[in-house]
Design a protein around this ligand. Structure first.
Ligand SMILES: O=P(O)(O)OC[C@H]1O[C@](O)(CO)[C@@H](O)[C@@H]1O
Length: 363
C-alpha cells in the first residue's frame, strides 16, 4: 500500500487473513500453553471499541463451543462496577485483554489492576512493544499488521480469526470438540479464505447498487442477535467512525420495543441474519419494517427466498461462528466507501484531544 487508507486495509483482508492463518502457531501455542499450565475455568475478556466487540464474539465462542464460563466487559465498567465471580479460585480466572495498539488507557489500567491483585493476565496485541505488554503475564501477538489510519478494520477480522482458531484448538486439546467437528470447522475456514476475493467483489457490487440509499439515509440501524451481537456493535462503530451518520445497533427483538417508533422512510435497517433461533423472527420483522421504509437490508449466508438487490446474500455457506468474518465486510464497505462518496477523509481523526489512548495513537 503506497499511502495507507482504510479502504486499502479493508481490501487487504483476504491476504492478511491468509497470512495470519499460515502463521497461526504463533498465537495458538501460547494460548494453549496457558490452559495447560493453569486450571482456567473463567475468562474475562476486556477491550474497548473494536476490541470489545471481538471480545463479545470470543466469549460467545468459549461459552457455546467449549462450555467455558466467559464474559466480555468494557474495561472501565468492569474495574469500577463489577467484581470477580467469587465462586472461582484465583488460579482459575484468566483476564484476557484485547488491544490492537496496546495503548488504550482503560484496558491497560484494568489489566494492571488484575495482575497486581494476583490474577493471571494475558493480552492479544499487535504491537509487542506497546505499554500494555508491560502490565500482563503473557503477551500474544495479534498478526494483523499495524493499521496507520484511525479505524480498525483488518484488525477486527484477524482478531475474530484468532479467537475462532483458539477455540478450535482448545476444544481439541481439552477434548471438548470431536475431531469431526474440528476438521469440518477448519475446512470451512480454509474454504472461506479461498473465496474471500470473490466475496469482496460481491460486496462491492452490492454497495454500488445501493449506495444512493445509504448516502441519502438520515439514520442507519444495525440489528443483530446471537453470535452476531458483536458484529452489530462493530458495524455501528465502523459507520459512526467513518461515514459519520447517526447509526445505532440493537438486538433485533429489543429494536421492536420502542426504537422502531422513530422509523421513517429515509432511514435504513441492516439485519444480520445469523443462523440462530431468531432467524424466523427476523423474517417476520422484515415484512413489517418494509411497510415503514423500503431500505431494509438482510446480510446473511442463509437462503432468503424473496431476496432483492438490497440483500447481501453471501455465495458460500459456513458455520455461524465463522460467518461473523463475512458479516463484517459489507459494513466496512458502507462505512469507508460511504465516507469516500460523501467527501469524508477517514485518514484524519477530527477529534484532536487524546482521551482514550496513550499519545502514540491519540483519539
Ligand atoms: O484495540 P485498541 O487499540 O485498544 O483500540 C480500541 C478502540 O480505540 C479506537 O482506536 C478509538 O479510540 C478504536 O478505533 C478502537 O476500536
Amino acid at each position: 500500500m503506497e499511502k495507507p487508507t482504510v479502504i486499502g486495509y479493508i481490501m487487504d483482508q483476504p491476504r492478511a487473513l491468509k497470512q495470519a492463518y499460515a502463521d497461526r502457531q504463533v498465537f495458538i501455542r501460547p494460548f494453549i500453553e496457558l490452559f495447560r499450565r493453569y486450571p482456567i475455568k473463567k475468562i474475562y475478556f476486556l477491550g474497548s471499541g473494536t476490541s470489545y466487540h471481538a471480545s463479545v464474539i470470543g466469549s460467545y465462542y468459549m461459552k457455546h463451543l467449549l462450555h467455558i464460563d466467559a464474559e466480555a466487559h468494557y474495561p472501565t465498567i468492569f474495574a469500577n462496577y463489577e467484581r470477580v465471580d467469587p465462586h472461582y479460585d484465583k488460579t482459575e480466572v484468566l483476564f484476557l485483554g484485547i488491544s490492537q495498539t496496546g495503548t488504550s488507557i482503560s484496558t491497560i489500567q484494568v489489566m494492571q489492576k488484575a495482575k497486581q491483585e494476583g490474577y493471571l493476565t494475558a493480552v492479544l496485541c499487535e504491537d509487542l512493544n506497546s505499554e500494555i505488554t508491560h502490565h500482563v503475564d503473557e503477551v500474544i501477538h495479534l498478526r494483523c499488521g499495524k493499521e496507520l489510519t484511525p479505524p480498525e478494520t483488518r484488525g477486527f477480522t484477524v482478531t475474530v480469526l484468532t479467537l475462532y482458531l483458539w477455540t478450535l484448538e482448545l476444544g481439541l486439546a481439552q477434548q471438548k470438540m470431536t475431531n469431526e467437528i474440528y476438521e469440518k470447522y477448519q475446512e470451512e475456514l480454509r474454504h472461506l479464505l479461498e473465496e474471500l476475493p470473490a466475496v469482496f467483489d460481491d460486496c462491492i457490487k452490492w454497495y454500488q447498487e445501493n449506495k444512493n440509499d445509504f448516502l441519502e439515509s438520515e439514520r442507519l440501524h444495525v440489528l443483530g442477535y446471537g453470535v452476531d451481537s458483536g458484529s452489530a456493535l462493530e458495524a455501528a462503530l465502523k459507520i459512526g467512525e467513518m461515514f459519520r451518520k447517526p447509526t445505532i445497533s440493537y438486538d433485533i427483538e429489543e429494536y421492536a420495543h420502542g426504537p422502531n417508533m422513530a422509523l421513517k422512510p429515509d432511514q435504513a435497517i441492516f439485519m444480520i441474519g445469523a443462523d440462530e433461533v431468531e432467524w424466523e423472527r427476523l423474517l417476520q420483522f422484515r415484512d413489517v419494517f418494509k411497510k415503514y421504509t423500503e431500505r431494509i437490508y438482510v446480510i446473511t449466508t442463509k437462503h432468503l427466498k424473496d431476496a432483492t438487490k438490497r440483500d447481501m446474500i453471501f455465495p458460500l455457506t459456513v458455520n455461524k461462528y465463522l460467518a461473523v468474518i463475512l458479516h463484517a465486510i459489507p459494513f466496512q464497505l458502507v462505512a469507508a466507501m460511504g465516507a469516500r462518496d460523501s467527501g469524508i477523509d477517514t485518514a484524519v481523526n477530527p477529534f484532536e484531544e487524546p482521551l482514550s489512548h496513550l499519545p502514540d495513537k491519540a483519539s
